[in-house]
Design a protein around this ligand. Structure first.
Ligand code: ADP
Length: 446
């Protein structure tokens, strides 16, 4: 079972035990019994036979005291046991009072926060946790109910740097629970994977590009020889043509595989800027015009005038257009049109008094429509999955089934949404949204 899940179960159990302990201590059970016992003993005078009723009461109180002591002992054991369980799971657990003082802290929490064993109890959050970012997470949970964050503790003389995921929840009874998970190793492995993919991309791309260029010049040589009256066998020219197509496929496949692997490993961060989505649409389309012309397809771009900039990375957004337009052309019948558009999203959520304009995220919407065979409802639900191809025979040889998965990652990474609308037999319309920049120039408008 996931460590964090076990930790939360442990927390529930510890919370219950603490609630019982608080109830027991608040009722001052044992002290109350002792008071009653003293009164009963004084009334009985301690002498046998003076007051049998009081002596009987004293006996019963002594038995009750023993039971209360047993219950407290069992409770203490249970608390300790749960503390051991939390340590075993390797998750740090800290409980803070409403005033943000440490009431419980297991050994793992001491280790993660580089504290001597047992030194956190009774201290304020900032003293005990030693980091204002973690204290802010605890405060956030006290105010909002929950809060979380990732905190990297720098390397100090005797302790290596570490990265902790901190999750905090307000207890339904009292105070705030904090759970710490050490993710330094996970982050290290993710970095190694990203570096490996980077290196692999270099290693693979160079020979594939060389093969592509060699095949291309082989094709030109064959054409040249043919034109110069030295006939090249038809079979050989066909084979060269096939080599060209397949090399192109491998190059695209490798590029897409590496792209997706990088995006999924978190190795590819977006570098956001204020960018012109209309211009990106136009430029990406122009790059595909020669391909469209070869297929007998006309590309038509329609960008609405006066659009605000969006917050995005131009190269990534260009990749989304390239994937969508490439698909649209690939599936379009010769003689048809592919229409690319960028416009303001018609406001689905209008600003109201309760939801002012500043709280409504304005979006631009980009569309790519074609008159191809369309996509069945069952396939529409799956085409954004990696490696999914709607019709293996129709698309055999071309495409990896990764283009739309990459497009979805990029759009969602920008805070947008990508969707498809299609009826089988009457074309497909892909649509994606990208948030408008929050820059004052854009916000001040209308
Ligand atoms: P591929 O590299 O195979 O094109 P994609 O992820 O880009 O991979 O697309 C996944 C599948 O979605 C395609 O194989 C195809 O079946 C379907 N598809 C994508 N775009 C269109 C379109 N414009 N018209 C019809 N089918 C499409």
């Amino acid at each position: 079972m996931d460590g964090i899940v076990i930790a939360f179960i442990a927390i529930q159990a510890v919370a219950l035990a603490v609630a019982l302990a608080i109830a027991l201590s608040r009722g001052r059970t044992i002290e109350d019994i002792d008071d009653a016992l003293r009164e009963a003993e004084a009334a009985g005078g301690g002498a046998v036979g003076t007051s049998p009723a009081d002596d009987d009461l004293a006996d019963r109180l002594r038995r009750l005291r023993r039971r209360a002591e047993g219950a407290e002992f069992a409770l203490e054991q249970r608390l300790r046991d749960l503390g051991y369980l939390a340590d075993l799971v390797g998750v740090g657990i800290v409980r803070l009072s409403d005033e943000l003082r440490v009431e419980i802290a297991n050994t793992a929490a001491h280790v993660f926060l580089r504290r001597e064993p047992g030194t956190m109890l009774g201290r304020t959050a900032i003293e005990a946790l030693g980091d204002h970012r973690i204290e802010a997470i605890a405060r956030g949970a006290r105010e909002a109910g929950w809060s979380s964050g990732e905190v990297t503790l720098a390397e100090v003389a005797e302790a290596a740097g570490t990265t902790l995921v901190v999750r905090a929840r307000r207890s339904p009874i009292l105070g705030v629970w904090l759970v710490f998970e050490d993710v330094a190793e996970l982050r290290r492995l993710q970095r190694i994977r990203a570096e490996f993919i980077d290196n692999l991309s270099h290693e693979l791309r160079t020979p594939i590009t060389t093969i592509g260029l060699l095949v291309e010049s082989l094709g030109r040589d064959a054409e040249g020889a043919q034109a110069a009256g030295a006939p090249v066998p038809v079979k050989m020219r066909e084979r060269i043509g096939k080599l060209e197509v397949e090399t192109g496929n491998i190059a695209q496949m490798v590029a897409e595989l590496l792209d997706l692997a990088r995006i999924e490993s978190g190795g590819r961060q977006l570098h956001l800027d204020d960018v012109d989505l209309g211009r990106i649409a136009t430029e990406s389309t122009e790059r595909l015009r020669p391909f469209a012309e070869r297929q007998g397809v006309t590309l038509v771009v329609d960008v609405a005038p006066g659009l605000p900039p969006v917050r995005g990375e131009a190269a990534r957004l260009a990749q989304v257009f390239a994937n969508l337009v490439h698909n649209a052309v690939k599936f379009s019948p010769s003689g048809s049109e592919v229409r690319i558009g960028v416009a303001r999203q018609p406001e689905a959520v209008r600003p109201t008094a309760a939801r002012p304009r500043s709280a409504v995220k304005e979006m631009l919407v980009a569309t790519v429509r074609d008159d191809g065979p369309g996509i069945s409802p069952a396939d529409q639900a799956r085409i954004f999955e990696r490696f999914y191809k709607a019709d293996r025979t129709r698309t055999a040889g071309g495409g990896t089934g990764l283009g739309l998965a990459i497009a979805r990652h990029i759009v969602e990474g920008h805070g947008g949404v990508i969707q498809v609308e299609s009826e089988e037999g009457s074309g497909a319309a892909f649509r994606f949204t990208i948030p408008v920049s929050d820059a004052p120039a854009a916000a001040a408008r209308g």
